[in-house]
Write a protein that binds this ligand. Structure first.
Ligand code: GLC
Length: 567
């Protein structure tokens, strides 16, 4: 295992980092009890170093009843005993850092667990008491208060309100076990600022902000009326004040933020990325985009054009713990992602999906900005079908059983083909069952296979690290035949790189040029064939990497290539 600590002066690392999302519960089981844990992560750090990522984002590892996989936090300063201890988290952060891997943690400011000390105190205190002011408690409507205070719907389905025995209702935009905090209350703000400091003091380099656009609510809690502007709880202006104060804290530690901001309005989206707010936010329009040249090009162009004016780097995300795995999505007729369209039994061609996922890996790793990889993506894992009686995700039950839920992308990883439970580490069956075909995807088997997804990712990340021109910096489209995307990253070959950390241009260049090139040396060119026909390659001096074999010098369908070429 190589790996060495990041250079201390490298303050712009996040602009083009490859960040690996660890879903702790399903990454590796160190104590054999069926649940992944910090001991498992520590033992598998060599895998992440060999893969070649720069940072790790850990989904919530705090004390939690796991009503929503840990996004129901009972105490931010305690690690859930199923995962380990605070001392062990500190060790993990330090060990990872010594190997060159920075740590990003997940903060869930919109809500807490119903077991959080604040919510328990609010319940015990009763209606009208100040303890309830930390949440949104209200009397109901209707003659006996039997109608919820407003018509808001939970993101997981059903009403966003639950009634207590004392007659009051409380708001939860997610599950009833996740009461929403009242962000108009100063204690809520103060507590989160202290939580940030608590973790920055422990060496954390960044924070992923869960449901970042939902915290603030219209105090009148009005009914939701479609098209009403502003929305009563999405993207309210006061969020920017909150994130500016967070930014000031992060800056004193040199730490960074990535926001989970699902907003269709791109002008509103990039407001979160102004220089004194969040450093980055997940690019969900890229993730949700179907496998189609025109749609992909439009998503990429829109992303770069939006980010340019605020100087923030784009992020490229294909997958996470909430969405259908890439290999499965791209193997379906409807290859985009939409929460509302998920259903059981969708026909899937895994061979096709795998070819496309390989091409998509080269596409996303060649684009300017940072890249997120979700655990198992490097193994090309497909979405698993979970037996109905084993599904834990509240999305499934709250949909009335029609939504398959998100557990299919959260199955414990296969490490060793010939070991029990594919080497996940458990002595008993893991918390979610693994499909029978899991051993075929095991990391050890893929390490030995030059044609595997793991080999492709390792090689792509090695090149991205060592060949100048990748990561932050300019790109421009090159001419290509219909159904094929071709773009260049200029400035390779003279060793100067292109990223100066100052952003991706001022948008005033030619229409399809995102930032200034230096006009020297060779270009790094990425070509992706989305069409059914093999595509000719542009003139090149070297093939750096392909996602699948070239056929008679042509790029087959659903395949991508990285070339070195003259500008
Ligand atoms: C985010 C998380 C998701 C969680 C929800 C509520 O969307 O990614 O997993 O269920 O927030 O915290």
């Amino acid at each position: 295992m190589e790996g060495s600590p990041p250079a201390p002066g490298d303050t712009l690392w996040w602009r083009d980092a490859v960040i690996y999302q660890v879903y702790v519960r399903s990454f590796a089981d160190g104590d054999g009890d069926g649940t992944g844990d910090l001991a498992g992560v520590r033992a598998r750090l060599p895998h992440l170093v060999e893969l070649g990522v720069d940072a790790l984002w850990f989904t919530p590892w705090y004390l939690s009843p796991l009503a929503d996989g840990g996004y129901d936090v009972a105490d931010y300063r305690t690690i859930d005993p199923a995962f380990g201890t605070l001392a062990e988290a500190e060790k993990l952060i330090a060990e990872a850092r010594a190997l060159g891997l920075r740590t990003i943690i997940d903060i869930v400011p919109n809500h807490v667990s119903d077991r959080h000390i604040w919510f328990r105190a609010a319940l015990a205190a009763g209606p009208g008491r100040p303890e309830r002011a930390l949440f949104h408690f209200r009397a109901g409507r209707g003659e006996h208060g039997e109608v919820p205070p407003n018509d808001w719907v939970s993101e997981f389905g059903g009403p966003a309100w639950t009634r207590l025995d004392d007659g009051e209702w409380y708001l939860h935009l997610f599950a009833p076990e996740q009461p929403d905090l009242n962000w108009a209350h100063p204690s809520v703000r103060r507590e989160h600022e202290e939580v940030l400091r608590f973790w920055f003091e422990r060496g954390v380099a960044g924070v992923r902000i869960d449901s970042a656009a939902l915290l603030a609510k219209d105090p009148a809690l009005p009914d939701f009326t479609a098209g009403r502007d502003p929305h009563p709880y999405v993207d309210l202006d006061e969020l920017h004040t909150i994130y500016r104060s967070w930014r000031a804290i992060a800056d004193t530690y040199g730490a960074v933020f990535v926001g989970e901001v699902w907003l269709p309005d791109t002008e509103r989206f990039v407001r979160y990325l102004r220089p004194d707010e969040l450093h980055t936010a997940f690019n969900f329009s890229f993730l949700a985009c179907p496998w189609d040249a025109g749609r992909m090009r439009a998503a990429i162009e829109a992303t770069l054009a939006e980010h340019a004016p605020v100087g923030a780097p784009a992020t490229w995300v294909l997958c996470n713990h909430d969405v259908t795995r890439t290999v499965t999505r791209y193997g379906r007729e409807e290859s985009g992602f939409d929460f509302a369209a998920k259903e059981f039994g969708t026909p899937t061609d895994h061979g096709l999906g795998t070819r496309r996922a390989r091409a998509a890996a080269l596409l996303s790793l060649a684009l300017p900005g940072s890249v997120y990889l979700y655990q198992g993506e490097e193994l090309g894992l497909p979405e698993a079908e979970i037996p109905l009686d084993r599904i834990e995700d509240p999305m499934h039950a709250r949909s009335g059983g029609t939504d398959p839920g998100r557990d299919g992308c959260r199955v414990p990883l296969p490490w060793t083909a010939d070991a029990p439970y594919s080497g996940f580490g458990s002595a008993t069956e893991p918390w979610l069952p693994q499909p029978e075909f899991w051993p075929a995807y095991a990391a050890d088997r893929q390490t030995a296979d030059p044609g595997s997804m793991l080999t492709l990712y390792r090689e792509a990340l090695r090149l991205r690290r060592t060949v100048p021109g990748f990561g932050d910096g300019p790109m421009h489209w090159r001419e290509s035949v219909p159904g094929v995307l071709s773009f260049a990253r200029p400035g390779t070959g003279d060793g100067s790189g292109t990223g100066d950390g100052s952003g991706t241009g001022d948008g005033s260049g030619p229409e399809d040029d995102f930032g200034p090139g230096d006009g020297s040396g060779t270009e790094l060119v990425c070509v992706v064939n989305f069409s059914a026909e093999p595509a000719p390659l542009p003139p090149y001096t070297e093939v750096l990497l392909t996602s699948g074999p070239l056929v008679a010098g042509r790029l087959p369908r659903d395949t991508a290539v990285w070339l070195r070429a003259a500008p």
